[in-house]
Ligand binder design. Structure first.
Ligand SMILES: *Cc1c(COP(=O)(O)O)cnc(C)c1O
Length: 389
C-alpha cells in the first residue's frame, strides 16, 4: 500500500491467525471470518532498509520509533502519551535471593498510566481514530480500561468501559477522571465481554477487547523489540504474567519479525507463562497437552490482571510456549503478595502482584532446576503497585 504521507510504516495486510486468510485492512476490523484474531503483516524487506537496532537518538521517544513495523496511523499521526521505552533494571540483591543473580526486570510500571496496557492502547486507539471510529468499547479487568479511557480522551473519542464491580479503586477512578462512561458489572471479565459484544454493533461502538481488534498486540510486541535492542540478543528465559496473552503472542511475533529483519538468528527465549492458581486456563491446558484452553469457571484469584477466564488467543499462546520450549506455571495470590514485599524491600521497585507472580515462578523454576543460576532471565513487572493501593 502506498501512503500519501510517506509513512515509514511497512504495513502490508491483515491475516487470520487460524486460516492464514488475507483480510483487507482499510476499515475497522474485529475477528476473522473463522472467529480468530487478525494479525498485522509487514513488508519486512522494505522495513529492513531503514529500521536497525540502536537508532534511539534519531527516533521518537516512544514505541512509535518502531514505525516501520507498526500500522500507519495516517496524517493525524499516532495517539501517544510517550508510552514504552521502559527500563530493563538489574536486580542483583533480589536475584541472589531467588537464585538468579543476573535477574533483569522489564519495568512496565513506568508507562504513562502505570501499566503496559498503554502500549496496546496507543496503537489500537491511533488506528481506530484513523479508520473513523467515534466511540470505543472495552471489557476490562481494570488496567486496560484505564488506558483505553486515557487514550480515547487524548484522541477526542468517546469510551465505554465495562469492568467487574470489584475492580481496583484506582482503575475505577482513572476511568471516571478521563471522562469515559463506566459500567460496573456484577460478574467476571468474560461477562463484561459478552455485554460489549452484544451492544457494540447497535450502539456504534468499536470493540477494542483483547485480540478482538488487531493492533493492541502490535503495541505490546514492541516489548520484544526493546528487549533485543537493550541486550543485543534475546534473553534465555522470559517470565510473563499472562491474562489474555497479548504480550506473550506479541513478543513471539516480534522475534519472528526481527529474524526476518536480520536482527536475530533462530535462537528464541524460553517463554514462561505465569498465571494465578485461582485462574489458570493456559497452565491447565499446557499440562494437559491441549492445543486450546477451556474457560476457567468461577475464578478465585483477586489479582485482576490474571483473572481472564476465557483466552481468545489460547492456541497462539500455547504454541509460543511449546515452540520456545518454555512452560506454564500457576502461583497463589498469597505468594504474590509476599513477593511484592520481598522485591520492594530488596530493590525499591514498585511491583504489582502480576509482576510478583513472575518472581515467585522464577524461584520455583530455579529450585526445580528448570533454569540455571547463570541464565539471562527477564521478568516482567507489568504495572505499578500504586494501581493496587
Ligand atoms: C492485563 C494485565 C496482565 C495480562 O496481560 P495480557 O497481555 O493480557 O496477558 C498482566 N499484568 C497486568 C498488570 C495487567 O494489567
Amino acid at each position: 500500500m502506498t501512503s500519501p504521507s510517506r509513512s515509514p510504516s511497512a504495513f502490508s495486510h491483515l491475516e487470520c491467525s487460524r486460516t492464514g486468510e488475507t483480510v483487507d485492512a482499510d476499515g475497522l476490523r474485529n475477528l476473522s471470518a473463522a472467529g480468530a484474531p487478525l494479525l498485522a503483516r509487514y513488508d519486512l524487506e522494505r522495513a529492513r532498509a531503514t529500521l536497525r537496532p540502536g537508532q534511539r537518538d534519531a527516533r521518537a521517544r516512544s514505541l512509535w520509533r518502531y514505525a516501520e513495523v507498526l500500522p500507519d496511523p495516517g496524517a493525524a499521526g499516532p495517539v501517544t502519551l510517550d508510552e514504552g521505552l521502559t527500563p530493563l533494571v538489574a536486580t542483583p540483591r533480589l536475584g541472589r535471593r531467588l537464585g538468579v543473580p543476573g535477574l533483569l526486570i522489564k519495568d512496565e510500571s513506568r508507562n504513562p498510566l502505570g501499566s503496559f496496557k498503554d502500549r496496546g492502547m496507543s496503537v489500537a486507539v491511533s488506528m481506530a481514530r484513523a479508520l473513523g471510529a467515534r466511540a470505543l468499547a472495552i471489557p476490562t479487568a481494570g488496567n486496560a480500561g484505564g488506558s483505553a479511557a486515557a487514550y480515547a480522551a487524548r484522541a477526542g473519542l468517546a469510551a465505554h468501559v465495562f469492568m467487574p464491580a470489584d475492580a481496583e479503586h484506582a482503575n475505577v477512578r482513572e476511568v471516571e477522571r478521563a471522562g469515559a462512561a463506566l459500567t460496573l458489572v456484577d460478574g467476571f471479565l468474560h461477562d463484561c465481554a459478552r455485554i460489549v459484544a452484544r451492544r457494540a454493533p447497535t450502539e456504534g461502538w468499536f470493540d477494542v477487547s483483547t485480540f478482538k481488534e488487531p493492533y493492541r498486540v502490535e503495541g505490546k510486541k514492541t516489548m520484544g523489540y526493546e528487549l533485543v535492542e537493550a541486550l543485543g540478543d534475546v534473553p534465555d528465559v522470559i517470565l510473563y504474567p499472562t491474562g489474555g496473552g497479548t504480550g506473550l503472542v506479541g513478543m513471539w511475533k516480534a522475534f519472528e519479525e526481527m529474524e526476518a529483519l536480520g536482527w536475530l538468528g533462530r535462537r528464541r527465549p524460553r517463554m514462561v507463562c505465569v498465571q494465578a492458581t485461582g485462574c489458570a486456563p493456559l497452565a491447565r491446558a499446557f499440562e494437559a497437552g491441549a492445543e486450546t484452553a477451556e474457560v476457567w469457571e468461577s475464578p478465585t484469584t483477586h489479582v485482576h490482571g490474571l483473572r481472564a477466564p476465557r483466552v481468545l488467543a489460547d492456541f497462539l499462546c500455547l504454541n509460543a510456549i511449546r515452540a520456545s520450549e518454555g512452560t506454564a506455571i500457576a502461583v497463589s495470590d498469597e505468594a504474590m503478595h509476599a513477593m511484592q514485599t520481598t522485591a520492594a524491600s530488596a530493590e525499591g521497585l514498585s511491583i504489582c502482584p502480576e509482576g510478583a507472580a513472575c518472581l515467585v515462578a522464577l524461584e520455583r523454576l530455579r529450585e526445580a532446576g528448570w533454569l540455571g543460576a547463570d541464565e539471562r532471565v527477564v521478568a516482567f513487572n507489568t504495572a505499578s503497585a500504586l494501581k493496587y493501593a
